[in-house]
Structures are given as structure tokens and as C-alpha cells.
Design a binder for this molecule. Structure first.
Ligand code: SF4
Length: 351
């Protein structure tokens, strides 16, 4: 038997999952359910190698089909560089067909590595790093207890790029609520413009019912944004991003309302802004109909669906029913639906 962690990026859906550490060494971000209630630990190189042997046995002749590997859990680069190189080399030995190895890492961990260490990891076979910056605003980062600053994000990100490793930065529209929306969008764009990562992956914020955000929203100390407001925030972000060679991606995450916002900024920025403007120009009922349709399923729908009178006629009674009966109103109902798409914490005790 071998161990596997609870999550991986959507782009690693077909990857072999090799767990090199357990859980998250920080684990304090107040929006993140993934590892709450679990303790961080490092695994020994021997343990991980045994897992790789077990995987090799399990996959047998299918091993040759495995092309990509993701190192779990939240911050694999926290391991000593030499240990990580030994693990990556062993993966390559046992699964020679693997052409891509990727990992999550925190900005502070990346900052601590030297470019030379990162280059050695790249030479061993580490091709891509996924890192959750969430925001480029120090105010938002502090508010959500992310434990990193904009300058950590920039320093860590630039080192990764200098080492020749692909960089995927994750951002979270809506995270600052209404009061911090503008600074969140503008500062996030500022930081991304400096780093110019290979990928900018959008992860629209949703409130987990156990999270401190749920309590703050109830008490009125945090004012969550609705779908339209978050799209306006994304518009401000996009407007402030340079037309650079970064892939702006909403398409790989179903909590993003407009999953169609997807493409290289130097090719599609204007097209994406136009799409947002089309959405924003729709009347309130159509916007609500689209939110309900998208939030009630994992599927993406083109905005054209709203041109069908028949569709609007069918969905209108449901919108009216929610508005009349749901205590927190239509937006509260949508937030409730969105929370189902979040990972579940490993304990209800979320401190
Ligand atoms: S967002 Fe990342 S760093 Fe923060 S608690 Fe979750 S896994 Fe850990």
C-alpha cells in the first residue's frame, strides 16, 4: 500500500500522486479547508521510495502510460533539496516514461531556496511549481492569515522562473470581500505583472461553512461579494494586467462563474474583457439565471443560453421561490451552493 494526500491541482488529474510530505506546514489560512484538523509531517526518502515501488507493482505494464507525476501535499519543496532530488530521480528510474513532475510550494519556501538549488531540481526533472499567492495585497494576505507577503511572492516566483521551472500562480477573486476588492485586484495585477508567471489560475473564493469567514459574514465583519461583484473585480484585475505571455485560466475550476475566460493575455485579453462586458450588460434576471445554472452544476454554459426566452421562463419561478423562501436571499443561496464544491476539512474543529 502507498499513501496519497487529499488534493491535487485539476491539471494533475491524470498524474501519479506521490506523497512526499503530509498536509500543510502552515495550515493557518482562514479560507482553506484542505488540511484543517490534520498535522504536518515530513516523510523519509525511504518511505517515499517504498511507495514508488508499490505503485510500480500496482501499475505493472500500465506504468509505461504514466507521463506525469504530482508531488503531494501542500509544500513539497520544504524537504531538503538533496532528498527531493533523490525522490525525483527514483521516480524517473521506476517510471522512465514520465516527462512532467510538478509540485505545490509556498512562496516563503521558494524564497528560501537558492536559484542553484532550484536549477538542480529542474535538472533532476521538476518541471512546474504550483503556488497559491491568492492576492498581491499585503492587507488581504494579512487578513486571511496567508503567512506570506507580496515581496515573498515576487522573490520566490522570480527565482523559480530564473531556474527555468514553469510557474503557476493561483489567485482568489472575492477573497477580500467588498471592502478590499479594489486593492486586492490592483495589487494582484501589480505583483503578477512583475513575475509574469507561465500560468495565472483563478480560484473564485467560496466560504466553507466551518471557516472563520462564515462567522464573520454572519456578524457583518466580512461582507461577501456576489457573482456580479466578483466578475467586476476580475475585470479590474484583467484591465490592470499587462498583455504578457501568461496563460490566464478560469477554465479549469468550476467555481469560476465565467470559465470561458481562458487564454494567453497577449492574445486574448481584449476578448476576455469583451466577454465580461457582455455578461455585465445583461439584466439582473439574466445574471441571476446564469448564476443559478452555473452554481447548481459543475458544467460550463455559454452566455448565449440566456438568449432563449424559453429557458428564462423556466428558471424564473425558481429564482422567485429562492428569493421568497431562503433566509439569506438569492446571493446567500448561491454562496451555499458554491460551498459544496470546496474540499472538506479533515475535522470540524477549525481554529
Ligand atoms: S492555502 Fe495553502 S498554505 Fe494556506 S492552509 Fe491551505 S494548503 Fe496551507
Amino acid at each position: 500500500m502507498y499513501e496519497q494526500g487529499p488534493i491535487r491541482p485539476p491539471s494533475e488529474a491524470n498524474s501519479l500522486l506521490v506523497r512526499v510530505t503530509r498536509n500543510c506546514p502552515w495550515n493557518q489560512c482562514i479560507f482553506c479547508p484542505a488540511y484543517k484538523g490534520s498535522k504536518f509531517s515530513k516523510r523519509t526518502v525511504e518511505e517515499v521510495k517504498n511507495d514508488i515501488d508499490e505503485m510500480k507493482k500496482e501499475y505493472g505494464s500500465y506504468s509505461a502510460e504514466i507521463k506525469t507525476v504530482f508531488l503531494q501535499d501542500a509544500d513539497s519543496l520544504i524537504l531538503k533539496t538533496d532528498d527531493l532530488i533523490e525522490i525525483i530521480s527514483y521516480i524517473k528510474l521506476k517510471f522512465p516514461s514520465v516527462s512532467r513532475i510538478t509540485s505545490y510550494a509556498r512562496a516563503t519556501t521558494l524564497k528560501r531556496k537558492t536559484v542553484e538549488e532550484l536549477k538542480k531540481l529542474k535538472e533532476a526533472g521538476l518541471n512546474r511549481i504550483h503556488t497559491g499567492m491568492e492576492s498581491g495585497s499585503d492587507i488581504v494576505l494579512k487578513f486571511v492569515k496567508k503567512g506570506i507577503t507580496a515581496s515573498d511572492i515576487i522573490e520566490g516566483g522570480l527565482k523559480v522562473k530564473e531556474a527555468g521551472i514553469e510557474l503557476s500562480e493561483y489567485i482568489m477573486p472575492g477573497l477580500g470581500g467588498k471592502s478590499l476588492s479594489e486593492i486586492h485586484a490592483k495589487e494582484t495585477a501589480r505583483v503578477l505583472n512583475i513575475i509574469e508567471p507561465h500560468f495565472i489560475r483563478v480560484r473564485t473564493f467560496a466560504i466553507h461553512p466551518f471557516s472563520p469567514f462564515a462567522k464573520m459574514a454572519k456578524e457583518g465583519t466580512f461582507v461577501p461579494m456576489n457573482d456580479e461583484e466578483i466578475i467586476r473585480e476580475i475585470r479590474l484585475l484583467l484591465e490592470n494586467l499587462r498583455e504578457m505571455r501568461s496563460y490566464f485560466s478560469c477554465g479549469d475550476f468550476s467555481l469560476n462563474l465565467l470559465m470561458q475566460l481562458d487564454g494567453y493575455l497577449d492574445e486574448k485579453k481584449k476578448e476576455m474583457l469583451n466577454l465580461i462586458d457582455r455578461y455585465l450588460s445583461m439584466d439582473e434576471i439574466k445574471k441571476k439565471a446564469y448564476s443559478l445554472l452555473r452554481r447548481a452544476s459543475f458544467f460550463n454554459y455559454p452566455l448565449e443560453i440566456l438568449e432563449s426566452d424559453e429557458f428564462i421562463k423556466k428558471i424564473l419561478p425558481e429564482i422567485e421561490r429562492i428569493e421568497k423562501n431562503y433566509q439569506e436571499g438569492f446571493d446567500g443561496y448561491i454562496r451555499h451552493l458554491m460551498s459544496y464544491q470546496l474540499p472538506q476539512p479533515q475535522s470540524e474543529a477549525w481554529n
